[in-house]
Design a protein around this ligand. Structure first.
Ligand code: 6PG
Length: 242
């Protein structure tokens, strides 16, 4: 587990440009080394321009598989859906094979059942047994102003889940599906994107060495592979580790 590579970019636009370069590099590496790329998408608003930038590339879409690190428990056509955001920003703009789009299921009206279903889907895709954690090539993550990532929110039960790939997170009583900490930490290349003044406080705690990870769950992300942080200057302003 190496040290994080941290880059502070002038603004969000520069952050997205830089992140696009790295993601494209990592996609090419995966294609060369394994003949395919498994890419996990983050939700929220920050990554949308990154997905638009990837859509403008000419890539072998049939060799790229996309997954989501978390999903709000709403229909896929709902405006809050992370799947919906990525589809509009990227996937429907290119000739992306439907079979390569591995959305988190949200149709069972039972988040636990859908989390279990997706866990089995991922096991099947990677050919692993229960209890084994597959390695995704690239995992994109955002960070909330409370230090959460994916749908791993502070002081929630999902932070303790270590025997499954996918579990049910909880944001203020609302269920969400999320990758678990051990699954994210198996990632070959984990990339955080965080921009804006509202991230300053959380960033100082996550990058510091005294905050309890249960209060700032992004601190739990210590991948076996590479860990990258792309932040803008305003988010990183006045960073003195807390
Ligand atoms: C979600 C995300 C969540 C997000 C952060 C940052 O479903 O909302 O997965 O973890 O990445 O909340 O969101 P912004 O990029 O909008 O700041």
């Amino acid at each position: 587990m190496g040290n994080p590579s941290i880059e502070v970019l002038a603004d969000k636009s520069a952050l997205v440009k830089r992140a696009t370069v790295l993601v494209l590099e990592k996609i090419q590496s995966a294609l060369q080394e394994r003949g395919q790329c498994t890419l996990v998408l983050a939700g929220g608003s920050t990554p949308k321009p990154l997905y638009e930038a990837i859509a403008a590339q000419s890539l072998p879409w049939d060799k790229i598989h996309v997954f989501w690190g978390d999903e709000r428990y709403v229909p896929h056509d709902h405006p809050d859906s992370n799947y919906n955001m990525a589809r509009k920003a990227w996937l429907e703009r290119v000739d992306f094979p439907e079979a390569n789009i591995h959305a988190m299921p949200t149709g069972a009206k039972d988040a636990t059942a859908d989390a279990h279903r997706h866990d089995r889907e991922l096991q099947g895709f990677f050919g692993v047994k229960a209890g084994e954690f597959p390695r995704f090539d690239i995992i994109l993550l955002g960070m909330g102003d409370d230090g959460h990532t994916a749908s791993l929110f502070p002081q929630t039960e999902v932070l303790q889940v270590c025997d499954r790939l996918v579990a049910v997170g909880n944001k203020s009583g609302q269920p969400r599906l999320t990758f678990t900490i051990p699954l994210i930490n198996r990632g070959r290349c984990v990339i955080f994107l965080a921009a804006g003044a509202n991230k300053q406080n959380a960033l100082a705690h996550v990058w510091g060495n005294s905050a309890d990870p249960k209060d700032y769950p992004s601190r739990f992300i210590q991948p076996e592979g590479e860990l990258w942080w792309f932040v803008d200057e305003i988010a990183a302003r006045d960073i003195e580790a807390k």
